[in-house]
Design a binder for this molecule. Structure first.
Ligand code: ATP
Ligand code: MG
Length: 337
């Protein structure tokens, strides 16, 4: 791993057993690509997963399932650093410092928090959920990341990260790289199959609206076939007036490498049925080997845990250095060793 490469960092939550198609197309595909050009750090963000109620046993199991899926998608522990967030205590430690630099009003403007807290109801919303964007700021800044591959829904959090990094640097002296969001325009927001006005989401989609990568392929095929489209029958990419069909075309094009223009020609005069049937087959071809590879990693938890142990060790080296610098800059007295 060349140290002169720019750093990239991202994280994914183990809040569900399976990643969904939006996670893969919007984020994980970019993780795989960036490990070739960047010194990349990727983590399963279990500390973020407890901002909403969790079952402890499920969370532990889902954390391994998330790691297995990242490996199955193509992350290579020899080319990137793969770890679990809670194995690196510096995340929570730097988050506290950043919390003390974040305005209450500033945090209140985060739309993901507003959406998630509205869904939960005010009495079930925790302070942890309120400050999770600040934990995310710490996640990124600890690694001096310059690129953060994420979906469109995370843009505001990356903006917050930039603001806080600049605020810290100008108040206390330079400590942090100011990062940029790496969002792929075409796939940065994959939509819910039943409601193409909202993003596909682990926590907000209805079961019929979400393609879970580890589901039985038959189940996913059925969901694609019953995806909401529109009353026209013309297969045409038009996000404004045909969001459902456009979403299907984006998924199809990205999984196959065939351009959207070519797909429009292919389905000229054929209607939505043919498009959906073929896309269901495309999904099946992609998902079957992915599921098999994920299962192979899950069948060998020792190897998985060894990968995570090595990853955490590498991550801690970098994180500890940044945390020490930040502690020093804000004026915390160093402990004598
Ligand atoms: P939750 O709804 O619980 O927040 P999620 O589906 O958003 O779950 P996360 O683990 O929060 O999943 O997100 C992991 C990555 O996937 C993030 O980079 C996020 O931006 C990206 N992502 C999530 N949903 C989509 C989507 N529908 N389209 C593109 N990218 C997405
Ligand atoms: Mg999310």
């Amino acid at each position: 791993m060349a140290l002169d490469r720019p750093r990239a960092l991202s994280g994914i939550q183990p809040t569900a057993g399976s990643f969904h198609l939006g996670n893969y197309l919007g984020a994980v595909r970019q993780y795989v690509a960036l490990q070739e050009t960047h010194d990349a750090f990727y983590m399963v963000v279990d500390l973020h997963a407890i901002t909403i109620p969790q079952d402890p046993q499920e969370l532990r199991a889902n954390t391994r399932v998330a790691v297995a899926q990242l490996l199955a998608a193509g992350l290579d522990p020899d080319r990137c650093t793969l770890f679990v967030q809670s194995h690196v205590p510096e995340h929570a430690q730097l988050a506290w410092v950043m919390n003390c630099l974040t305005g209450f009003g500033e945090a209140s403007r985060m739309t993901q928090f507003k959406d998630k807290s509205t869904k939960q109801g005010a009495d079930r919303t925790t302070v942890g959920l309120f400050t999770y964007p600040v934990l995310q700021v710490a996640d990124i800044l600890l690694y001096q990341a310059s690129q953060v591959p994420v979906g469109e829904d995370q843009r505001q959090h990356i903006e917050l990260t930039r603001d806080l990094a600049e605020r810290f640097n100008s108040r206390f002296g330079h400590a942090f790289t100011v990062p940029s969001a790496h969002i792929v325009k075409e796939t940065g927001k994959i939509y819910d199959l039943q409601d193409p006005s909202i993003k596909m989401s682990k926590s907000a989609s209805t079961p019929k609206g979400i393609i879970s990568l580890l589901d039985e392929p038959k189940v996913s095929a059925k969901k694609i076939k019953s995806a909401v489209t529109d009353l026209e029958t013309v297969v045409r990419f038009d996000e404004e007036s045909k969001p459902g069909v456009s979403n299907l075309l984006t998924i199809y094009a990205t999984l196959t490498g065939v351009s959207i223009a070519e797909l429009e020609r292919k389905y000229e005069g054929k209607g939505y049925g043919a498009l959906k049937t073929d896309l269901a087959d495309v999904m099946l071809d992609w998902v079957a080997p992915f599921r098999a590879r994920t299962q192979e990693y899950l069948d060998d938890p020792e190897t998985l845990d060894n990968i995570l142990a090595k990853g955490a060790e590498k991550a801690r080296t970098v994180a500890a250095e940044t945390l020490a610098l930040a502690y020093d800059k804000v004026g915390l007295l160093p402990a004598k060793h």
